[in-house]
Design a protein. Structure first.
Length: 381
């Protein structure tokens, strides 16, 4: 038995999503005329992705412009007439009623101009909707509608979705227990924006920890490999879900190569910062479990086995923390535990030292033989 630092982690299934997802929809009716990007390819801000046949909308703009010109001509004529009647009224040539009628006519024509201008604005807006542009830079999905199809007939038609994937967002639930035990991870979330996250990415890359000393989060992909870049938590839901006992968190992960894509799933791995320091550990295979009770074979100075009940703690990297039952420096049986019994005489042999994984390695990863670890003994009756 030896004392050492054993990294402990929380692992949670997380869903990967774009940092920003923008649905591109046809907001006006018409036939899809062109597709101006490659399916699944990168796009830039303001890039035209689709066009809709715009002949009808150009005609509507021309008609609206003509109607606005007519309204303005009528407005000018009524204003001149009002000013004339006001002059004639002062000289007693017309009645107050005539002036009031001229003023009402001028006001009506002013309203007609405003209405015609609004119709023109709407017509120009509809014309602009025939050019569907990307509001963000990112990756555009496969087109859901092909050229020549009628779109926008029964409402906005979804044509594709553009996602910003660098950085990429990871959504995952954290248990209420872990939330209560590690509140420091979720402090000052209001200042964790995109610029903050990018600064932390650089620190994690160069120093292995953020400005607050957090080692960040790891992402284990579906094939079991660990994504090489670490991310940071940036936001949390306002409440704990009473049905699941979890709080929803969001993290950002750098994705410059575009390896991660929305819709993937992975295991989020968070280091338990305050646990696993200077703990007693033994190899996991040294434990004997019977109906939920755990024991180990301790080899005494007379080479006899004493079966001792222990209280194990968390495990990682093939090692198990022992909270109570044995002391530092005692030797336990690692090999042949199925053959041992109380008082059995054994021929103890030193077991290989437990490996210490390299910094940043995944839990369970092993280092080269000979790395320091728990002292143990192989027993052969």
């Amino acid at each position: 038995m030896v004392r050492r630092d054993l990294p402990l982690y929380v692992e949670i299934v997380g869903a990967i999503d774009g940092y920003v997802n923008a649905d591109i929809r046809a907001r006006v009716k018409g036939y899809l005329q062109t597709q101006n990007y490659k399916d699944g390819g990168p796009v830039t801000v303001g890039q035209t992705l689709f066009t809709i046949e715009d002949t009808d909308y150009k005609a509507a703009v021309s008609i609206a412009k003509a109607n606005l010109a007519r309204a303005r001509a009528a407005q000018q004529r009524s204003q001149v007439q009002l000013e004339r009647y006001q002059g004639l009224f002062r000289s007693g040539m017309v009645s107050r009623q005539d002036v009031d009628n001229a003023a009402a006519g001028a006001a009506d024509n002013n309203g007609q101009v405003s209405a015609a201008a609004a119709v023109l604005e709407q017509a120009e807006l509809n014309l602009s909707y025939t050019q569907l542009k990307s509001p963000i830079a990112g990756v555009a999905g496969l087109a859901l509608v092909r050229i020549g199809n009628l779109v926008g007939q029964d409402g906005p038609t979804l044509l594709t979705t553009v996602s910003q994937i660098d950085p990429i967002r990871v959504n995952f639930p954290l248990s209420e227990v872990d939330y209560v035990k590690f509140p420091e991870r979720l402090k000052r979330l209001d200042g964790r924006d995109l610029e903050w996250a990018k600064r932390q990415f650089a620190l994690l890359e160069s120093k292995g920890q953020t400005e607050t000393g957090d080692p960040g989060m790891q992402l284990v992909l579906s094939d079991g490999s660990v994504y090489p870049r670490r991310g940071v938590i940036v936001s949390a839901n306002r409440q704990v879900d009473a049905t699941t006992g979890t709080i929803q968190l969001q993290a950002l992960v750098p994705n410059p190569d575009g390896v991660l894509r929305p819709g993937e799933y992975g295991r989020v791995r968070l280091r338990r910062l305050s646990e696993g320091k200077n703990v007693l550990v033994i190899p996991e295979k040294a434990l004997i479990s019977v109906q939920g009770n755990y024991s180990v074979g301790v080899v005494g100075g007379d080479n006899k086995v004493q079966m001792r009940r222990v209280e194990p703690g968390p495990s990682a990297q093939g090692l198990r923390i022992i909270d109570k039952g044995i002391s530092e420096g005692e030797h336990v049986v690692v090999e042949g535990v199925q053959k041992i019994s109380e008082g059995a005489l054994v021929n103890p042999q030193p077991a290989p030292a437990a490996p210490v994984p390299p910094p940043g390695a995944a839990p369970g990863a092993a280092a080269a033989p000979g790395a320091s670890g728990a002292a143990a003994a192989s027993a052969k009756p």
